[in-house]
Each structure stands twice: as structure tokens, then as C-alpha cells.
Design a protein around this ligand. Structure first.
Ligand code: PEP
Ligand code: MN
Length: 379
């Protein structure tokens, strides 16, 4: 059972509910505090067998907004009420919520300081303060470039700081990487921040999930598992949130099946509204690793643009996209990286599709905006 309090409810209201809960044998109340963009929300989760705990008793307590009986599997990241707003969060001056789209463009794998400097300079010239950069690369073959590891972090963060980058999405594959990133970020003069990325190959590495959840400083970008169900991927996020870090963005990046050929993965952006309905997490799309090439459709737009449009028109609020100033020299995934010439076109495309999405949402009759099932209505 989850007791959700009104925004900014006083601590005394939470304490009163806690006291009441402890009167029931076998029930342990656990507090969760979500620091959202506009409000801080507290929830009290009653763990144990709650069938005999009367919800009405808690509903009448001062400061309680609602009581939800969760048969819900996603206790922490789940959306328990269709009208409930996503909380969102902010980190290092960047907002992660449903109100706008953030584009995180950058190197799949960090290679040279020169390419990194040029990448960040290009982003800065286009007004972007968010990027991606792989230092620890999980590769299928042990003979392929594995990333520069911690050695590149000092100059990477210096260059990001120089160009005003606020958040870099960076994959970690081991708990030690988190410590290495933390200590490099703590160097004097560094103003950039990192969002810890859990890659698709580690989507069920439960120890890694717990480690990224145990630290509460850096937000987490979770990439869905490429060979597991959506339900299993959302449960993986429960492992992260269960350790105390609710600042998670859920990223769709395609799933592995030859039915997706000739794309690198079967594009799964039809799941954007599903993840938004089932959870409170902002949803990111990764068109680069979904499609895997810059091939053009007959209309002249690359498939990467088209699938980005599909994700954005469905309500995604973050885009993770590969960019390289010299894709021919990239040590990983060069063929799918946007070029310097393509980036402004891409950003313009993102803005226009997002505007169309906002117009479509704003144009709905008010009584249809609550997420209720109205599948029987005609168009
Ligand atoms: C990446 O974003 O660099 C990456 C390896 O992605 P994924 O885990 O989705 O394959
Ligand atoms: Mn890649």
C-alpha cells in the first residue's frame, strides 16, 4: 500500500501515518522522498501483508493526497494513478521532465582530445548543453576498441567545462567506474556533470543496477534490455530506485531480432506511450543504436530522422544520438554518427516534430486528457 502525501506536506503528517502503520503487526513503513521540479513529494510505502490494513483510515489523515493499494508491480517507478503527473527532476541546471525535449548528442566512444573538443564546440555553437561520451565501451568482440577508460576523464571533463556542457551521458559497466567518474568530476574547476548510463547489455546486471541506485548524486539513464521484455526492463529500474535514487530516465534503443533488418535493431518507439503510462519516468529514445546507419529514405530524410520523429510524436522527452566531427575516423559506430553538416538539420527537425506533438496534445478535448481507456469511442 502506498500513502502519497500532498506536495510539501509537513513532516508531522508523515510521522502520524508512520505511527498508525506500525500498529499493524508485520507492517513496515518506508519513506520515499521525490524532489521534483516543482514540488517535493513524500510517499510512505507499507511493506508486508496489507490486506487487513484499512486504506480509509489513512485517507482521512491530514496531508494525505491518496492511498493506493498496489498490486502494482512497479512500486517505485510505476504510475499508480493515470492522472498523476510525472515528477521529473533537475540535475546540474538541466531539467528532465515531460515539458521539453533534451538532445544529448555526442561521441559513441571518446577517441582523441581534438575530436572531443570539436564535438563540444559544435554542440555549443548550436546551443546544446547536453552530450554523450563513451569512455567504458562494452564491445561484442574483445579485439575491438574498448574505450579509453578513466584515463580520458580529466581532459574530457575539462573540455566539456570549457564549452559549457552541463550533463554528459556516460555508460558504466562496473561499480568502479562510478567512483572514477565521481573523483574526476570533483577536480578543481570542473562544472560539467554526468548521467550514468546502464547499457542494454547490463539491463539485468542487478549488482550494477543497485550500485547506480545507491549513489544519489548522479541521475541514471537506463537502456532497455535488447532481449528481454519491457516488463523485465521496468523491473530493472525498480532495483535502481529501490536503493534510493529515483532520478531515472528510461531509454528505448530497439530490440535484437532479425525481424528488424536492415535496421540494426527492431525500432521499439511504439513503446514510448506505454512506458509513460506505466511509469513516472521520462522517456528517452536512441535512434542511432536502433537504426545503425545514415541511410536515406526516398524523401531525402535519413531513417534516423524518421524514427526520431516517431519517438517524439509519441511523447519522448530526451534523445540520445551519436555525432562525430570525423565519422570516418571514429573507433566505434562511425557509420551511424550524425555529421557536422547534419546536426543543425537534425535539431531543426527535432524542434518541429516536438512542436507538432505539443499542438496535438493541446488540441485534445479536456475530458480526454486523463489517460483513461476510451478504446470504444469512435474517432
Ligand atoms: C551506447 O549508447 O553507446 C550503447 C552501447 O548503447 P546500447 O547499450 O543501447 O547498445
Ligand atoms: Mn555505439
Amino acid at each position: 500500500m502506498i500513502i502519497a502525501f500532498e506536495p510539501e506536506a509537513p513532516a508531522s503528517a508523515v510521522a502520524a501515518a508512520e505511527l498508525l502503520a506500525t500498529r499493524y503487526p508485520g507492517i513496515t513503513p518506508r519513506r520515499y522522498v521525490y524532489t521534483g521540479i516543482e514540488h517535493t513529494i513524500t510517499e510512505l510505502h507499507l511493506l508486508g501483508h496489507t490486506a487487513n490494513v484499512p486504506a480509509e483510515l489513512f485517507e482521512t489523515l491530514p496531508g494525505v493526497a491518496r492511498v493506493v493499494r498496489v498490486s502494482a508491480r512497479y512500486r517505485l517507478v510505476g504510475r499508480h494513478d493515470p492522472r498523476e503527473k510525472s515528477f521529473g527532476f533537475s540535475y546540474n541546471g538541466v531539467t528532465f521532465d515531460d515539458s521539453s525535449v533534451g538532445v544529448f548528442a555526442g561521441l559513441c566512444a571518446v577517441d582523441t582530445p581534438e575530436h572531443t573538443d570539436r564535438t563540444f564546440a559544435t554542440l555549443e555553437a548550436h546551443g546544446l548543453v547536453t552530450s554523450r561520451a563513451g569512455a567504458y565501451k562494452p564491445r561484442t568482440s574483445p579485439y575491438d576498441f574498448q574505450g579509453l577508460g578513466s584515463a580520458c576523464l580529466p581532459w574530457l571533463f575539462e573540455l566539456a567545462t570549457k564549452h559549457g556542457i552541463r550533463v554528459i551521458a556516460m555508460e558504466v559497466t562496473d561499480a568502479r567506474h562510478i567512483d572514477e567518474i565521481m573523483s574526476a568530476l570533483a577536480a578543481p574547476g570542473i562544472t560539467t556533470g554526468v548521467m550514468l548510463q546502464v547499457g542494454t547489455r547490463n539491463a539485468q546486471n542487478f549488482e550494477l543496477l543497485k550500485q547506480v541506485g545507491r549513489q544519489k548524486t548522479l541521475p541514471v539513464l537506463f537502456k532497455r534490455g535488447m532481449g528481454i521484455t519491457l516488463d523485465e526492463s521496468i523491473h530493472a529500474c525498480e532495483y535502481i530506485a529501490g536503493e534510493g535514487n529515483p532520478n531515472i530516465v528510461f531509454c528505448l534503443r530497439g530490440v535484437k531480432t532479425h525481424l528488424g533488418d536492415p535496421h540494426r535493431n527492431l525500432v521499439d518507439f511504439a513503446h514510448v506511450p506505454v512506458v509513460r503510462r506505466q511509469t513516472r519516468m521520462p522517456v528517452c529514445i536512441d535512434p542511432s543504436h536502433s537504426v545503425g546507419s545514415l541511410r536515406l529514405a526516398p524523401d531525402g530524410l535519413p531513417d534516423i530522422f524518421h524514427v526520431t520523429g516517431q519517438g517524439l510524436i509519441a511523447g519522448a522527452s530526451m534523445v540520445l544520438v551519436d555525432f562525430h566531427p570525423e565519422p570516418d575516423q571514429a573507433l566505434c559506430d562511425g557509420p551511424q554518427a550524425l555529421t557536422t553538416a547534419m546536426l543543425p538539420r537534425y535539431l531543426g527537425y527535432v524542434r518541429r516534430v516536438r512542436r507538432a506533438y505539443e499542438e496535438l496534445v493541446a488540441g485534445q478535448p479536456e475530458d480526454e486528457g486523463d489517460g483513461a481507456d476510451r478504446s470504444t469511442r469512435s474517432a
